[in-house]
Structure formats: structure tokens, C-alpha cells
Design a protein around this ligand. Structure first.
Ligand SMILES: [Zn+2]
Length: 380
């Protein structure tokens, strides 16, 4: 019963959130979503001249090669997007985020890591549009959570993913953190919303066929969002125009999801055709890691051919994600009434503040009531 009660509480809170526009009255926001966790802050030893794009680029390449040693390549894209989004901010936010860029970058992957300990996490990273929509435009799914729950029920929404709704909720939380001048919460929520906005820009995060399992293209998910960046990221030029105030944050995230979904046929068809014409014994390579474990992965030649035939889609989506992340951060600060950033930035993050925040669930939903689709590591 407790879990059902918690779920109802969430629905009520979200309903309240959706009824009251962010820009109209922040004081009516629900109080239930207080920041609760925070991992240890890492001190930034930044000797960069971040004002100079050329130097930014060289620094980023150094950072990227450091990421590339990580086991989970999918993390590379998220860290890169959060990091570059800092450079896509107008002043004075740029100065504020630059000071905390190490944290924003390192914690870009927290939402994915939470999936291992929190079964409520998985469905926040995707939405299976093709479960609801026969074709674009999106005209079946309501834009706001309240209406969506009324139309489809929360259970169904959780089952097929909630990323556009969760981004709206995260914007509310980040706005509130700025309003309360809570540095710890601002940093954590900025890192988190960057992750979810980035996920919304991935075509395979918008379909039930998320890993090509319905079209005999297993592994295409990692190919698109992990293997391509792993190989090509050092060659990307990821400078983007500055982020801007989003007049309709809900429309913006739904547009991002719709654009991702529009790219889906190309993502699948291109891989299918290339794979059919590629000698199967040359599609993969085998390597041995430091522990002596043999690893099978798609051959770099196949990866590069696929990317070329996608006409740099991954790089383009990454740039669009960077600009979008910066825009959500900027919009939160604007909606909060542009609080004084020096005042916030000078706060000392105490041991208590940082230790109190871990990787627990963000919502008062009992994981036991969530459908199985939200209980796993699918849709990475
Ligand atoms: Zn994710």
C-alpha cells in the first residue's frame, strides 16, 4: 500500500507542476522534490583559458582521451556533452559553470549509474514513441504529464519511457535550486538534466526497437552512441552557438525527441544495408583487455563506413544536445529570477551537504510497483 500511496503522491505533484506554468508562479511548485543526495565534489584544477575557442578545443581533446580509457564508452558522450555545454553558456552563467565544470562533467553519467541501484531510474532515459504514434508528428501523446496520465495511466507511461516528462520535472527542480541558491543541488541537477536532455537526442532512445532487436540488428544501440564517439570524437568540432532562454521548455524537449525519431529510419536502414554488403567475418574485431578477457566489438572500418553513410549524424546530434543542455541550464536560472551567482558560487560545500547526496531515487515511487521495462538496463 505504501508504494501505491507514493505513486499517487508523485502523480499529484506532477499534476500540480503541470497545471502551474514555470514562468507564471514558482511559489506554487510542489514541495516534495527536494534535492536529497550529492556525491563528493572534486576540486577543479583548471588552468585553461576557457574564453579562447582554440584553447578550448585543445583542452577538450586532452579530456576526451582521458575519458576514452573508461570501460563504459557510452559515458564518453554524456561527459563530453555536459562539458561542452558549459562553453555554450552566455555570461554570467558561463563563469559560474566554468568554476564547477569538473563536477558537471564527472557527474554527467550519474543517472546511468543509478540504474544499477535504482529500478525507478531506467524509464527516465527514453520514450518509445512508436508505441503511441503511427507516424510523426507527435499528436497522440500529450505534452504534459497530467494529461498524459489521464490519457494513458502512469503505469503505461513508465513502461514505455518518460524522458520528455522527466526533463520538464528536472527543469522545475533546477529552477527551484537556483531560487533557493542551493549550490549543491544546482550542480547535481545540472549534471542530471544534461544527461536526460542528451538521451532525448538519440534516435534509438525513441523506439521499442531500441537495440535493433526487432529487425535483427542487435548491437546497433552501442554502435551509434558508443562505438562511433569512441572512434570519431577527437575529430569532432563541437563548438555551438550559445544556449538561450526557452520560451516553451516542454515544446523544446518534445521537438528534440521528434527530431530523434525522424532520424530513426535512416539509422536502421543504413546499418542494415551496410551490414548486408559487409563480409561478416570482417565486421568484428577481437581484443584482449588488461585482465586477459577477450572482447568482441564492431570493427573500426565498419564503424567509420556507417558514420560516413549517416553523414555525421552523431556529431550533429551531439552538437544539438550541447546547445539544448546549455539552454535548459540558462532557462532554469532565468525562471528563478536570475539569482546572484557570486553569492551562490561562494558557498562552501560542506561534508554534510556533499555526503548527503548519493545515487538514490529522485522520485517518491516505490520500485516494486514499476513495470518490468523500467526494471533493467535496457535503453542505455
Ligand atoms: Zn541515459
Amino acid at each position: 500500500m505504501k508504494s501505491l500511496k507514493q505513486q499517487i503522491l508523485l502523480a499529484i505533484c506532477l499534476a500540480s507542476f503541470c497545471r502551474n506554468s514555470l514562468s507564471n508562479n514558482l511559489s506554487v511548485f510542489p514541495q516534495k522534490f527536494q534535492p536529497a543526495e550529492f556525491p563528493p565534489i572534486q576540486i577543479l584544477s583548471n588552468k585553461r583559458n576557457c574564453e579562447n575557442p582554440l584553447q578550448i578545443n585543445s583542452v577538450n581533446h586532452i579530456q576526451i582521451s582521458a575519458f576514452a580509457t573508461a570501460n563504459q564508452w557510452g559515458f564518453l558522450g554524456h561527459k563530453t556533452i555536459n562539458q561542452h555545454a558549459v562553453f555554450a553558456l552566455p555570461q554570467p552563467l558561463f563563469g559560474f559553470y566554468k568554476k564547477h565544470i569538473q563536477f558537471i562533467t564527472d557527474h554527467a553519467v550519474d543517472p546511468d549509474q543509478r540504474r544499477y541501484t535504482d529500478t525507478a531510474e531506467a524509464c527516465r532515459h527514453y520514450i518509445d514513441l512508436d508505441h503511441y504514434e503511427r507516424a510523426l508528428p507527435i499528436d497522440t501523446l500529450p505534452k504534459y504529464w497530467t494529461q498524459a496520465v489521464e490519457k494513458f495511466t502512469a503505469d503505461t507511461l513508465f513502461e514505455y519511457g518518460i524522458v520528455p516528462y522527466h526533463v520538464q520535472m528536472m527543469l522545475y527542480r533546477l529552477t527551484k535550486a537556483f531560487q533557493e541558491k542551493n549550490l549543491a543541488a544546482i550542480l547535481r541537477l545540472s549534471a542530471d538534466i544534461g544527461h536526460y536532455v542528451a538521451d532525448a537526442h538519440v534516435p534509438l532512445h525513441t523506439t521499442e526497437n531500441y537495440d535493433g532487436q526487432l529487425t535483427h540488428q542487435h548491437g546497433i544501440h552501442a554502435l551509434w552512441e558508443t562505438r562511433i564517439p569512441e572512434i570519431s570524437l577527437p575529430n569532432y568540432v563541437l563548438l555551438t552557438p550559445n544556449g538561450h532562454f526557452l520560451e516553451s521548455p516542454a515544446d523544446s524537449i518534445w521537438n528534440a525527441v521528434a527530431q530523434s525519431h525522424a532520424l530513426l529510419p535512416t539509422v536502421l536502414k543504413t546499418e542494415k544495408q551496410l551490414s548486408q554488403n559487409w563480409p561478416q567475418n570482417k565486421k568484428y574485431e577481437f581484443s584482449t583487455d588488461l585482465r586477459g578477457k577477450t572482447k568482441k566489438q564492431i570493427h573500426p572500418k565498419f564503424v567509420k563506413s556507417y558514420e560516413a553513410e549517416l553523414h555525421n549524424m552523431v556529431e550533429i546530434r551531439m552538437k544539438q544536445a550541447i546547445a539544448a543542455v546549455a539552454s535548459y541550464w540558462y532557462t532554469a536560472w532565468m525562471l528563478a529570477g536570475q539569482p546572484n551567482l557570486d553569492e551562490i558560487s561562494n558557498q562552501i560545500l560542506t561534508e554534510e551537504a556533499t555526503n548527503g547526496i548519493t545515487n538514490k531515487s529522485e522520485t517518491p515511487i516505490s520500485t516494486s510497483t514499476l513495470p518490468s521495462r523500467c526494471d533493467g538496463s535496457k535503453h542505455d
